[in-house]
Design a protein around this ligand. Structure first.
Ligand code: HAS
Ligand code: HEM
Length: 558
């Protein structure tokens, strides 16, 4: 790997991890507020919603986007043996860093407490929207460059199967490019002019629908880098082979079809969207679980195969032969813990997707319970593990505190399991999300106080505390590794899983065109009526709220 690319990737890891310290701090603060340990609207001049915005945006948008680009550069360079273009990677980096700094300044100055979904009528400073747009455009630049590299490579290797990791990367960024077009429209045409005062009103329904066109596909943009690691690296780390590379190809292409036309499952409760659209997108949501089921079975089979090679036997006891705590394959620990969490993350996702159950859990703390088992599960753990792996390889430095590094994913997993159990249990009893409960429901001095949610939010606090501790240890290992003395030459050398069965090239699973056509068709059919509903059925105004009180202001009038 060239010095140039090495530096680009290292900056793309360093910048978001530095910001992540703020993101993780605010995770801890939320569990403290929500459990009623403090009854304040703000701490250290940062209020609850400002903190929640910083938490969501930094952890779920900034970290994930930077990581996807950094990992994408490494994947393309390693698997296609061609480095991304210098100008393109520099432009992409500059756009992403400048955009992030603009958005961070707006959030830290309290002018953009609009949460990571930035729905109107909450309004942010234009710098927040423009900064976010720049972050996204920066990631597009990298994608365009990789696509050109891929097309050239393919011309020279017509009969050769494209490496699975490259298929995964390109599928992921294609989903990302298409879904971000909607949010780019929302930001540039609706939000920025409104935030600058050029327009007086905004179609809230249209903005939300455009947001969720992007918003659910976004979660697969987070997930697929982890899937690339599950398929192409985990079996090797476990000491075996990938059970079926074709299964992996099919899974990635299915994500291309189903990741976008399902955003309306976040809007089941919105009366302006018709029943037909909700039914269609609900069925498509079940379809998007199929590639994850394929992954679950393929990876489980690969792990079992690896364990048998290591002498494991029996129906389940082979599991103990897997290298859970080996320092030299520490990445295995990060990835396997992510998979274990994802069993519960996936199941709770299917609960959310079921229309009638969604009525019970929507807008309750069940939802953050679900997504900390996904984005703070397989996604986050894969990012943590791979960032340490890449920093160590790219700087040629040994990992700082390797024993601690091995236990971080286990500690995090225990924390998330306790945390999410608390949130989901509370959610089933009606505990709301996005609410500083310390001010009202869990404040004995408030007229809204009631004790239902004391135990569940305490579980959230306990789990959140353990997650914070694991996060803290990660920072020590990550920055500690950076600061060590170099002991080897910088390189990128991924552990690559071979396929168990000799695999012939099947052209359908090695080409994008037919999949892109079907993708376009499904999106068109699923979203045309949704957008039309959003344009035509804009209803009455919603009652106003104060940030400090979860009940609408109007109900307080005599
Ligand atoms: Fe979700 C809300 C449905 C997956 C993230 N989701 C959210 C939100 C986020 C999020 C952030 O239908 C909240 C947004 C907001 O702020 O309002 N979600 C699903 C469904 C799936 C799903 C059906 N979500 C994800 C992933 C996320 C994520 C992935 C992040 C990365 N979600 C919903 C719905 C809502 C929602 C509704 C709206 C709720 C509402 O009302 O607001 C599926 O993709 C899940 C499929 C997954 C599986 C699991 C497969 C299991 C695997 C592990 C195998 C384990 C092995 C280990 C092999 C079927 C792959 C073996 C172990 C050994 C030791 C050997
Ligand atoms: C929201 C805690 C780490 C992503 C929340 C909420 C809590 C929380 C309690 C819900 C707040 C509310 O609805 O009122 C924590 C703790 C963490 C942690 C204690 C670790 C120390 C993470 C990580 C990610 C993440 C690693 C992603 C990579 C999110 C997102 C939200 C959220 C996207 C939604 C924000 C919103 O509703 O606008 N977190 N979290 N969290 N968290 Fe975390």
């Amino acid at each position: 790997v060239s010095r140039y690319l090495k530096n680009i990737i290292l900056i793309e890891l360093f910048v978001p991890v530095l910001l992540l310290t703020i993101g993780i701090y605010h995770g801890l603060m939320q569990v403290i507020y929500r459990a009623g340990v403090i009854h304040q609207a703000s701490v250290a001049k940062l209020d609850y919603y400002q903190g929640l915005t910083l938490h969501g945006v930094i952890n779920a948008i900034v970290l994930t986007t930077f990581f996807a680009v950094a990992f994408g550069h490494a994947t393309i360079a390693f698997f296609l043996k061609r480095e991304p273009g210098r100008k393109a990677s520099l432009l992409s980096l500059l756009l992403m860093v400048t955009g992030t700094l603009m958005a961070a300044a707006a959030m830290l100055s309290g002018k953009a407490s609009v949460l990571y979904t930035f729905y109107p009528p909450l309004k942010a400073h234009p710098a927040f929207y423009i900064g976010t747009a720049m972050l996204i455009v920066g990631s597009w630049v990298a994608y365009w460059d990789w696509s050109v590299i891929y097309v050239r490579w393919k011309r020279e290797h017509k009969e050769e199967n494209t490496p699975l990791a490259v298929i995964g990367t390109l599928v992921n960024f294609t989903i990302w490019f298409v879904c971000t077009l909607a949010v780019a429209y929302e930001v540039l045409v609706l939000l920025v002019p409104w935030s600058l005062g050029w327009t007086t009103g905004i179609n809230v329904m249209l903005a939300r629908t455009l947001f969720w066109f992007f918003g659910h596909a976004l979660v697969y943009f987070w997930l697929l880098p982890a899937y690339i690691m599950f398929y192409t690296m985990l079996p090797k780390l476990a000491g075996g082979k990938l059970y079926s590379g074709t299964a992996g190809r099919i899974a990635f292409f299915l994500f291309l079809l189903f990741s976008i036309p399902i955003g309306v499952h976040h809007q089941f409760g919105e009366p302006s969207i018709g029943r037909g659209v909700k039914l269609t997108q609900s069925l498509l949501t079940f379809a998007v679980a199929i590639p994850s089921f394929i992954t679950a079975f393929t990876i489980a089979a690969s792990l079992e195969h690896a364990a048998w090679l290591r002498g494991g036997r029996g129906l389940y006891s082979w599991i103990w032969k897997l290298p859970f705590f080996r320092k030299d394959v520490f990445l295995f620990g990060y990835l396997i813990n992510g998979l274990i969490l994802f069993i519960f993350g996936g199941l709770t996702g299917l609960v959310n997707a079921s229309y009638s159950l969604n009525n019970t859990v929507h807008n309750t703390s069940f939802i953050p319970g679900h997504f900390h088992l996904t984005v703070a599960g397989p996604v986050f753990l894969a990012i943590l593990g791979m960032s340490i792996f890449l920093v160590s390889q790219l700087t040629g430095k040994k990992i700082y505190l390797p024993a601690i590094n091995t236990i971080i994913p286990y500690l995090w997993t225990v924390g998330v399991l306790i945390f999410s159990t608390g949130l989901m249990w509370g959610g089933l009893m009606g505990e709301p999300r996005r609410t500083n409960m310390g001010l009202t429901y869990l404040n004995p001095a408030s007229e809204l106080y009631h004790s239902y949610w004391v135990i569940s939010s305490m579980l959230g606090l306990a789990g959140g505390g353990i997650m914070f501790a694991a996060g803290f240890l990660y920072f020590i290992v990550f920055f500690g590794t950076f600061l060590r003395k170099r002991s080897a030459a910088p390189m990128i050398d991924f552990p690559v899983s071979e396929s168990l069965h000799e695999e012939k090239r099947i052209p359908l699973f090695d080409t994008f065109r037919p999949w892109l056509v079907v993708m376009g068709f499904i999106i068109f059919m699923a979203y045309l009526p949704a957008i039309s509903d959003a344009l035509n059925n804009t209803g009455k105004k919603a009652p106003p709220y104060l940030p400090t009180d979860p009940t609408p202001i109007v109900t307080k009038k005599p």
